[in-house]
Design a protein around this ligand. Structure first.
Ligand SMILES: NC(=O)c1ccc[n+]([C@@H]2O[C@H](COP(=O)([O-])OP(=O)(O)OC[C@H]3O[C@@H](n4cnc5c(N)ncnc54)[C@H](OP(=O)(O)O)[C@@H]3O)[C@@H](O)[C@H]2O)c1
Length: 347
Protein backbone atom coordinates (compact mmCIF):
# COMPACT_ATOMS: atom_id res chain seq x y z
CA UNK A 1 0.00 0.00 0.00
CA UNK A 2 1.36 3.41 -0.92
CA UNK A 3 1.97 5.65 2.10
CA UNK A 4 -0.31 8.67 2.19
CA UNK A 5 1.26 12.08 2.06
CA UNK A 6 1.43 14.49 5.00
CA UNK A 7 1.30 18.26 5.20
CA UNK A 8 4.80 19.07 6.46
CA UNK A 9 6.12 22.45 7.63
CA UNK A 10 9.82 23.27 7.99
CA UNK A 11 10.41 26.20 10.35
CA UNK A 12 13.84 27.77 9.80
CA UNK A 13 13.88 26.44 6.23
CA UNK A 14 16.62 28.87 5.14
CA UNK A 15 19.06 27.97 7.93
CA UNK A 16 21.97 25.51 8.07
CA UNK A 17 19.78 22.78 9.61
CA UNK A 18 16.61 23.68 7.65
CA UNK A 19 18.42 23.31 4.33
CA UNK A 20 19.66 19.84 5.35
CA UNK A 21 16.14 19.01 6.53
CA UNK A 22 14.79 19.66 3.02
CA UNK A 23 17.62 17.72 1.44
CA UNK A 24 16.95 14.75 3.78
CA UNK A 25 13.16 14.79 3.19
CA UNK A 26 13.91 14.69 -0.53
CA UNK A 27 16.53 11.97 -0.25
CA UNK A 28 14.33 9.75 1.97
CA UNK A 29 11.34 10.32 -0.32
CA UNK A 30 9.28 11.19 2.78
CA UNK A 31 5.55 11.12 1.92
CA UNK A 32 4.59 14.80 1.58
CA UNK A 33 1.25 16.02 0.19
CA UNK A 34 1.92 19.69 0.98
CA UNK A 35 5.07 21.52 2.07
CA UNK A 36 5.12 24.85 3.94
CA UNK A 37 8.49 26.60 4.29
CA UNK A 38 8.80 29.17 7.09
CA UNK A 39 11.48 31.63 8.23
CA UNK A 40 11.71 35.10 9.73
CA UNK A 41 10.62 38.19 7.79
CA UNK A 42 14.23 38.51 6.54
CA UNK A 43 13.95 35.53 4.18
CA UNK A 44 10.20 35.71 3.41
CA UNK A 45 9.67 35.66 -0.35
CA UNK A 46 12.86 33.68 -0.99
CA UNK A 47 12.48 30.88 -3.54
CA UNK A 48 13.55 27.33 -2.63
CA UNK A 49 13.54 24.28 -4.91
CA UNK A 50 12.17 20.98 -3.55
CA UNK A 51 11.61 17.91 -5.75
CA UNK A 52 11.95 20.09 -8.86
CA UNK A 53 9.23 22.46 -7.69
CA UNK A 54 9.66 26.06 -6.57
CA UNK A 55 8.39 27.02 -3.11
CA UNK A 56 8.16 30.52 -1.65
CA UNK A 57 9.39 30.90 1.94
CA UNK A 58 6.82 32.58 4.22
CA UNK A 59 7.10 34.43 7.53
CA UNK A 60 6.29 32.04 10.38
CA UNK A 61 3.10 33.02 12.26
CA UNK A 62 0.64 30.97 14.37
CA UNK A 63 -1.72 30.83 11.37
CA UNK A 64 1.03 29.26 9.21
CA UNK A 65 0.29 25.94 10.94
CA UNK A 66 -3.37 25.59 9.86
CA UNK A 67 -3.67 22.06 8.42
CA UNK A 68 -0.03 21.15 9.12
CA UNK A 69 0.42 17.56 10.37
CA UNK A 70 4.18 17.43 10.99
CA UNK A 71 6.21 20.57 11.80
CA UNK A 72 10.00 20.33 11.87
CA UNK A 73 11.37 23.28 13.88
CA UNK A 74 14.97 24.59 13.66
CA UNK A 75 14.69 28.35 14.04
CA UNK A 76 16.08 28.86 17.55
CA UNK A 77 14.66 28.28 21.03
CA UNK A 78 12.61 31.46 21.30
CA UNK A 79 10.78 30.70 18.03
CA UNK A 80 10.01 27.17 19.26
CA UNK A 81 8.78 28.49 22.63
CA UNK A 82 6.45 30.89 20.86
CA UNK A 83 5.25 28.86 17.86
CA UNK A 84 5.49 25.13 18.74
CA UNK A 85 2.43 25.33 21.08
CA UNK A 86 0.56 27.21 18.33
CA UNK A 87 1.35 24.41 15.87
CA UNK A 88 0.21 21.76 18.39
CA UNK A 89 -2.99 23.73 19.08
CA UNK A 90 -3.74 23.44 15.36
CA UNK A 91 -3.22 19.66 15.32
CA UNK A 92 0.44 19.35 14.25
CA UNK A 93 3.07 17.11 15.80
CA UNK A 94 6.22 19.19 16.36
CA UNK A 95 9.75 17.77 16.11
CA UNK A 96 11.86 20.47 17.72
CA UNK A 97 15.60 20.80 17.08
CA UNK A 98 16.24 23.51 19.67
CA UNK A 99 16.95 23.14 23.39
CA UNK A 100 13.59 24.75 24.31
CA UNK A 101 11.78 21.56 25.41
CA UNK A 102 14.50 18.89 25.70
CA UNK A 103 14.50 18.64 29.48
CA UNK A 104 10.70 19.11 29.83
CA UNK A 105 9.48 15.92 31.52
CA UNK A 106 6.36 15.90 29.33
CA UNK A 107 8.41 15.92 26.14
CA UNK A 108 10.14 12.78 24.82
CA UNK A 109 13.77 13.35 23.82
CA UNK A 110 14.35 10.86 21.04
CA UNK A 111 17.13 9.15 19.13
CA UNK A 112 15.32 6.34 17.27
CA UNK A 113 18.21 3.83 17.60
CA UNK A 114 18.05 4.30 21.39
CA UNK A 115 14.51 5.12 22.56
CA UNK A 116 12.01 5.09 19.69
CA UNK A 117 9.35 3.73 22.07
CA UNK A 118 9.39 7.04 23.98
CA UNK A 119 7.55 8.58 20.99
CA UNK A 120 4.38 6.78 22.13
CA UNK A 121 4.11 9.11 25.14
CA UNK A 122 4.27 12.34 23.13
CA UNK A 123 1.79 15.13 23.82
CA UNK A 124 2.37 17.06 20.60
CA UNK A 125 6.02 18.07 20.95
CA UNK A 126 9.00 15.75 20.47
CA UNK A 127 12.50 17.07 21.12
CA UNK A 128 15.51 16.31 18.97
CA UNK A 129 18.59 16.14 21.22
CA UNK A 130 21.73 18.25 20.97
CA UNK A 131 23.94 17.23 18.02
CA UNK A 132 26.96 16.12 20.05
CA UNK A 133 24.73 14.07 22.39
CA UNK A 134 22.95 12.24 19.55
CA UNK A 135 26.10 10.81 17.96
CA UNK A 136 27.48 9.75 21.34
CA UNK A 137 24.36 7.88 22.53
CA UNK A 138 24.02 6.03 19.21
CA UNK A 139 27.46 4.55 19.86
CA UNK A 140 26.93 3.98 23.59
CA UNK A 141 23.48 2.32 23.53
CA UNK A 142 24.57 -1.08 22.10
CA UNK A 143 27.41 -1.16 24.67
CA UNK A 144 25.03 -0.30 27.53
CA UNK A 145 22.62 -2.98 26.34
CA UNK A 146 25.27 -5.71 26.07
CA UNK A 147 27.77 -4.89 28.84
CA UNK A 148 26.14 -2.27 31.11
CA UNK A 149 27.53 1.25 31.44
CA UNK A 150 28.36 3.34 34.48
CA UNK A 151 30.71 6.16 33.44
CA UNK A 152 31.19 8.42 30.40
CA UNK A 153 33.83 11.14 30.02
CA UNK A 154 33.71 12.99 26.69
CA UNK A 155 35.78 15.73 25.07
CA UNK A 156 34.34 17.14 21.85
CA UNK A 157 35.95 18.69 18.77
CA UNK A 158 32.96 20.49 17.25
CA UNK A 159 32.46 22.06 13.83
CA UNK A 160 31.40 25.68 13.31
CA UNK A 161 28.23 24.69 11.40
CA UNK A 162 26.88 23.70 14.83
CA UNK A 163 26.56 27.44 15.44
CA UNK A 164 24.65 28.07 12.22
CA UNK A 165 25.18 29.56 8.78
CA UNK A 166 26.70 32.81 10.13
CA UNK A 167 29.47 30.88 11.96
CA UNK A 168 30.41 28.96 8.78
CA UNK A 169 30.74 32.30 7.03
CA UNK A 170 32.84 33.72 9.88
CA UNK A 171 35.33 30.81 9.68
CA UNK A 172 35.72 31.19 5.90
CA UNK A 173 36.10 34.99 5.99
CA UNK A 174 38.60 34.84 8.88
CA UNK A 175 40.70 32.16 7.22
CA UNK A 176 40.85 34.28 4.04
CA UNK A 177 41.75 37.42 6.01
CA UNK A 178 44.52 35.67 7.94
CA UNK A 179 46.02 34.10 4.80
CA UNK A 180 45.90 37.49 3.05
CA UNK A 181 47.40 39.28 6.08
CA UNK A 182 44.21 41.40 6.46
CA UNK A 183 42.60 42.63 9.71
CA UNK A 184 39.40 40.96 10.94
CA UNK A 185 36.98 41.34 13.85
CA UNK A 186 35.41 38.17 15.35
CA UNK A 187 31.66 38.77 15.76
CA UNK A 188 29.89 35.42 16.15
CA UNK A 189 31.93 32.75 17.98
CA UNK A 190 32.09 31.42 20.59
CA UNK A 191 28.59 32.74 21.47
CA UNK A 192 26.81 35.35 19.37
CA UNK A 193 25.14 37.13 22.29
CA UNK A 194 28.18 37.11 24.62
CA UNK A 195 30.41 40.08 25.35
CA UNK A 196 33.66 38.73 23.87
CA UNK A 197 34.31 37.06 20.53
CA UNK A 198 37.42 35.11 19.61
CA UNK A 199 39.24 34.05 16.48
CA UNK A 200 38.12 30.60 15.28
CA UNK A 201 40.32 30.17 12.17
CA UNK A 202 43.57 28.36 13.09
CA UNK A 203 42.40 28.18 16.71
CA UNK A 204 40.60 25.93 19.27
CA UNK A 205 38.02 27.55 21.56
CA UNK A 206 37.02 25.70 24.77
CA UNK A 207 33.61 27.33 25.02
CA UNK A 208 30.38 26.26 23.28
CA UNK A 209 27.29 28.13 24.48
CA UNK A 210 27.14 30.17 27.66
CA UNK A 211 28.91 29.39 30.95
CA UNK A 212 26.70 28.15 33.80
CA UNK A 213 27.24 28.89 37.52
CA UNK A 214 28.91 25.45 38.00
CA UNK A 215 31.77 26.25 35.57
CA UNK A 216 30.43 24.02 32.81
CA UNK A 217 29.06 25.50 29.57
CA UNK A 218 25.43 25.00 28.57
CA UNK A 219 26.59 22.69 25.73
CA UNK A 220 28.42 20.54 28.28
CA UNK A 221 25.36 20.43 30.55
CA UNK A 222 23.20 19.50 27.54
CA UNK A 223 25.48 16.50 26.88
CA UNK A 224 25.35 15.47 30.54
CA UNK A 225 21.61 15.88 31.16
CA UNK A 226 20.35 14.74 27.75
CA UNK A 227 22.47 11.55 27.78
CA UNK A 228 20.92 10.54 31.12
CA UNK A 229 17.38 11.33 29.88
CA UNK A 230 17.65 9.56 26.49
CA UNK A 231 19.22 6.45 28.02
CA UNK A 232 16.83 6.57 31.03
CA UNK A 233 19.86 6.41 33.35
CA UNK A 234 19.75 9.26 35.89
CA UNK A 235 22.49 7.43 37.82
CA UNK A 236 24.99 7.40 34.90
CA UNK A 237 28.18 9.35 35.64
CA UNK A 238 28.75 11.77 32.73
CA UNK A 239 31.30 14.57 32.33
CA UNK A 240 31.88 16.68 29.21
CA UNK A 241 34.31 19.27 27.84
CA UNK A 242 33.15 20.89 24.59
CA UNK A 243 35.59 22.60 22.23
CA UNK A 244 34.98 24.43 18.93
CA UNK A 245 37.45 23.77 16.10
CA UNK A 246 37.89 25.39 12.68
CA UNK A 247 36.14 22.47 10.93
CA UNK A 248 33.14 23.39 8.75
CA UNK A 249 30.95 20.30 9.36
CA UNK A 250 31.33 17.08 11.37
CA UNK A 251 31.67 16.83 15.14
CA UNK A 252 34.34 14.52 16.61
CA UNK A 253 34.43 13.15 20.15
CA UNK A 254 37.02 11.40 22.26
CA UNK A 255 34.97 9.26 24.65
CA UNK A 256 36.09 7.25 27.71
CA UNK A 257 33.58 4.77 29.17
CA UNK A 258 33.46 2.22 31.96
CA UNK A 259 31.20 -0.82 31.52
CA UNK A 260 29.65 -3.01 34.26
CA UNK A 261 30.76 -6.38 32.83
CA UNK A 262 34.22 -7.75 33.57
CA UNK A 263 36.70 -9.14 31.06
CA UNK A 264 35.21 -7.47 27.97
CA UNK A 265 37.74 -7.10 25.13
CA UNK A 266 38.11 -4.24 22.64
CA UNK A 267 37.43 -6.77 19.89
CA UNK A 268 34.03 -7.61 21.45
CA UNK A 269 33.12 -3.91 21.51
CA UNK A 270 34.20 -3.55 17.86
CA UNK A 271 32.16 -6.57 16.77
CA UNK A 272 29.11 -5.31 18.63
CA UNK A 273 29.27 -1.82 17.09
CA UNK A 274 29.91 -3.24 13.62
CA UNK A 275 26.52 -4.98 13.78
CA UNK A 276 24.59 -2.06 15.31
CA UNK A 277 22.03 0.11 13.48
CA UNK A 278 23.19 3.54 12.38
CA UNK A 279 26.88 2.87 13.06
CA UNK A 280 29.78 2.43 10.65
CA UNK A 281 32.87 0.96 12.28
CA UNK A 282 36.10 2.40 10.84
CA UNK A 283 38.78 0.89 13.02
CA UNK A 284 41.97 -0.58 11.61
CA UNK A 285 45.12 1.04 12.99
CA UNK A 286 47.30 -1.23 10.82
CA UNK A 287 45.81 0.49 7.75
CA UNK A 288 45.45 3.94 9.41
CA UNK A 289 41.65 3.58 9.21
CA UNK A 290 39.69 5.79 11.60
CA UNK A 291 36.80 8.27 11.25
CA UNK A 292 37.44 11.91 10.33
CA UNK A 293 34.87 14.66 9.81
CA UNK A 294 35.90 15.37 6.20
CA UNK A 295 34.95 11.77 5.31
CA UNK A 296 31.66 11.77 7.23
CA UNK A 297 30.06 14.91 5.78
CA UNK A 298 26.87 14.16 3.86
CA UNK A 299 26.42 10.72 5.48
CA UNK A 300 23.69 9.77 7.93
CA UNK A 301 25.64 7.26 10.03
CA UNK A 302 27.67 7.66 13.21
CA UNK A 303 31.30 6.59 12.58
CA UNK A 304 33.31 4.93 15.35
CA UNK A 305 36.97 3.98 15.56
CA UNK A 306 40.13 3.98 17.73
CA UNK A 307 38.39 1.53 20.11
CA UNK A 308 40.89 0.38 22.70
CA UNK A 309 41.03 -0.82 26.27
CA UNK A 310 42.22 1.48 29.04
CA UNK A 311 45.68 0.48 30.23
CA UNK A 312 44.82 0.70 33.94
CA UNK A 313 41.13 -0.18 34.27
CA UNK A 314 39.88 -3.52 32.97
CA UNK A 315 36.36 -2.14 32.39
CA UNK A 316 37.52 1.11 30.77
CA UNK A 317 37.48 1.80 26.99
CA UNK A 318 38.44 4.73 24.78
CA UNK A 319 36.91 5.50 21.40
CA UNK A 320 36.59 8.20 18.73
CA UNK A 321 33.10 9.05 17.45
CA UNK A 322 32.43 11.27 14.41
CA UNK A 323 29.21 12.28 12.65
CA UNK A 324 27.75 14.99 10.41
CA UNK A 325 26.25 17.36 12.99
CA UNK A 326 23.75 18.75 10.48
CA UNK A 327 22.49 15.25 9.54
CA UNK A 328 22.44 12.67 12.38
CA UNK A 329 22.99 15.61 14.76
CA UNK A 330 19.93 17.45 13.48
CA UNK A 331 18.12 16.99 10.14
CA UNK A 332 18.41 13.21 9.71
CA UNK A 333 17.48 12.48 13.33
CA UNK A 334 14.40 14.74 12.94
CA UNK A 335 13.30 13.10 9.69
CA UNK A 336 14.01 9.67 11.23
CA UNK A 337 11.66 10.64 14.10
CA UNK A 338 9.03 11.64 11.53
CA UNK A 339 9.51 8.26 9.80
CA UNK A 340 9.12 6.49 13.16
CA UNK A 341 5.89 8.44 13.84
CA UNK A 342 4.53 7.19 10.52
CA UNK A 343 5.74 3.62 11.17
CA UNK A 344 4.20 3.56 14.67
CA UNK A 345 0.98 5.12 13.31
CA UNK A 346 1.29 8.07 15.68
CA UNK A 347 0.54 10.71 13.05
N1 LIG B 1 23.65 23.65 13.42
C1 LIG B 1 23.53 22.51 14.11
O1 LIG B 1 24.38 21.59 14.07
C2 LIG B 1 22.35 22.29 14.99
C3 LIG B 1 22.13 21.01 15.46
C4 LIG B 1 21.01 20.79 16.26
C5 LIG B 1 20.17 21.82 16.54
N2 LIG B 1 20.39 23.08 16.08
C6 LIG B 1 19.45 24.11 16.44
O2 LIG B 1 18.64 24.46 15.33
C7 LIG B 1 18.34 25.85 15.35
C8 LIG B 1 18.76 26.48 14.04
O3 LIG B 1 20.13 26.26 13.80
P1 LIG B 1 20.86 26.61 12.43
O4 LIG B 1 22.23 26.15 12.63
O5 LIG B 1 20.08 26.12 11.26
O6 LIG B 1 20.79 28.23 12.46
P2 LIG B 1 20.83 29.27 11.25
O7 LIG B 1 21.65 28.75 10.12
O8 LIG B 1 21.21 30.57 11.88
O9 LIG B 1 19.31 29.35 10.74
C9 LIG B 1 18.27 29.87 11.54
C10 LIG B 1 16.93 29.71 10.82
O10 LIG B 1 15.89 30.16 11.68
C11 LIG B 1 15.13 31.18 11.02
N3 LIG B 1 14.64 32.16 11.98
C12 LIG B 1 15.37 33.00 12.74
N4 LIG B 1 14.54 33.79 13.48
C13 LIG B 1 13.27 33.42 13.17
C14 LIG B 1 11.98 33.86 13.58
N5 LIG B 1 11.84 34.83 14.47
N6 LIG B 1 10.89 33.25 13.05
C15 LIG B 1 11.03 32.26 12.13
N7 LIG B 1 12.23 31.81 11.69
C16 LIG B 1 13.33 32.38 12.21
C17 LIG B 1 16.10 31.78 10.04
O11 LIG B 1 15.39 32.49 9.04
P3 LIG B 1 16.00 33.76 8.25
O12 LIG B 1 16.67 33.21 7.02
O13 LIG B 1 14.79 34.56 7.94
O14 LIG B 1 16.96 34.45 9.18
C18 LIG B 1 16.81 30.54 9.53
O15 LIG B 1 15.98 29.86 8.62
C19 LIG B 1 19.07 26.41 16.58
O16 LIG B 1 18.18 26.47 17.65
C20 LIG B 1 20.13 25.40 16.86
O17 LIG B 1 20.47 25.34 18.22
C21 LIG B 1 21.46 23.32 15.27
Amino acid sequence: MEAKGYHVAVVGATGAVGQQMLHTLEQRNFPISKLTLLSSERSAGKKVMFRDEEYIVETATPESFEGVQIALFSAGGSVSKQLAPEAVKRGAIVVDNTSAYRMDENVPLVVPEVNEEALKSHKGIIANPNCSTIQMVVALEPIRHQFGLNKVIVSTYQAVSGAGAAAINELKEQAKAILNGDDFTPEILPVKGDEKHYQIAFNAVPQIDKFQDNGYTFEEMKMINETKKIMSMPELHVAATCVRLPVETGHSESVYIEVDAEGVSAQQVKELLKESDGITLQDDPSQQIYPMPANCVGKNDVFVGRIRKDLDRDNGFHMWIVSDNLLKGAAWNSVQIAESLVKLQLV
